[in-house]
Design a protein around this ligand. Structure first.
Ligand code: GLN
Length: 310
């Protein structure tokens, strides 16, 4: 068997092993997400030479949700630099749920860019360019990471926009502490749109591979952001990417990762690979049950934990 057949084979085997894993349910606080097929289970891996491997429903579109957060943090860091971004949003694990109504005591900043509060501020930090409004910049940036043009799922956007009072409340709370760079209504609208961008597991694996390769997309061979920026993003993903499951995740799986409520999950093997899974049933922390199980098995079997000496 060739090396590339072996990768596809492992992904297929993982899928078969975990496809019937019980537990969890698709998010439905955004009503449109509750319509997802709970059986869909896609896995994808993109290597540093730009090879794409996949198993199951890796071409099924779903909305990116919070998996967008590290990429927009990367965009903000590229445009404004770490010191400026850090005035607005911190880099400490919050130990709270993704949608917690909590800001850092003292500074009033959101704890980090991976929880909703921090992501809303990060998105709000992206300035309009003379020839490109901020949201177009965000969409274009996600597309450069994915290696293709992406679009917004208007139904999911409307579904979240009409039910997203908690995020709206968060945005107003942030403004009250002086750490909201634009009007809260505008910030949340932009953030909901960003979360509603449609991707597949293969897109997410390419995006993760671009982070793994120092900001260089191995499929399109375009430098999307700098290696310095990706090092910062991966650091925050490692400590905060799985919300209040982040410590346990780093302990057991040992890879920077980011989850989203539609069931997407990425993990990054720096200088090695980008991985993504799609499976909608979520655990109590809002992370995909099957996705986590498959990535954990993969990490243990192939010794992928970053702190493991070869
Ligand atoms: N759009 C979702 C929200 O703000 C994203 C949350 C997530 O994916 N964890 O609630």
């Amino acid at each position: 068997m060739s090396a590339s057949d072996a990768v596809t084979d492992s992904l297929n085997r993982l899928r078969a092993e975990f496809r019937d894993l019980p537990g969890g349910k698709p998010a439905d606080y955004i009503p449109q997400l509750g319509l997802a097929d709970p059986e869909a289970f896609g896995l994808a891996l993109v290597s540093m030479d730009g090879h794409c491997y996949s198993a199951g429903e890796a071409d099924v579109p779903f909305t990116i949700q919070s998996v967008s957060k590290p990429f927009i943090y990367a965009l903000a860091l590229s445009l404004l630099g770490l010191d400026e971004v850090s005035r607005w949003v911190g880099a400490e694990p919050s130990g709270d749920a993704f949608n917690a109504i909590s800001l850092e005591p003292g500074t009033g900043r959101p704890a980090n860019a991976m929880v909703n509060a921090g992501a809303i501020v990060t998105t709000a930090l992206i300035p309009d360019a003379p020839d490109e409004p901020a949201f177009e910049r965000i969409l274009h940036c996600l597309g450069r990471f994915a290696g293709r043009e992406l679009e917004v799922d208007e139904e999911v956007f409307t579904s979240e926009a009409t039910t997203g009072d908690r995020n709206r409340a968060l945005a107003y709370l942030i403004r009250s502490t002086g750490t909201m760079p634009v009007d809260p209504v505008l910030a949340v609208d932009r953030y909901f749109r960003q979360c509603a961008v449609r991707v597949t597991a293969l897109d997410l694996a390419t995006m993760a591979a671009t982070l793994a390769y120092g900001g260089f997309n191995p499929v399109t061979r375009e430098q999307v952001v700098s290696a310095e920026v990706t090092s910062r993003v991966l650091a925050v993903m490692a400590t905060c990417g799985m919300y209040d499951g982040s410590g346990e995740w780093l302990l057991r799986i040992g890879l920077p990762a980011k989850s989203g409520v539609s069931g997407g999950l990425i993990a990054v093997g720096p200088a090695r690979f980008g991985l993504a899974t799609y499976s909608p049933p979520l655990d109590a922390a809002g992370n995909s049950v099957r996705g986590q199980a498959a990535l954990r098995a993969l990490s243990e079997r192939y010794g992928l934990h970053l702190m493991l000496n070869p």
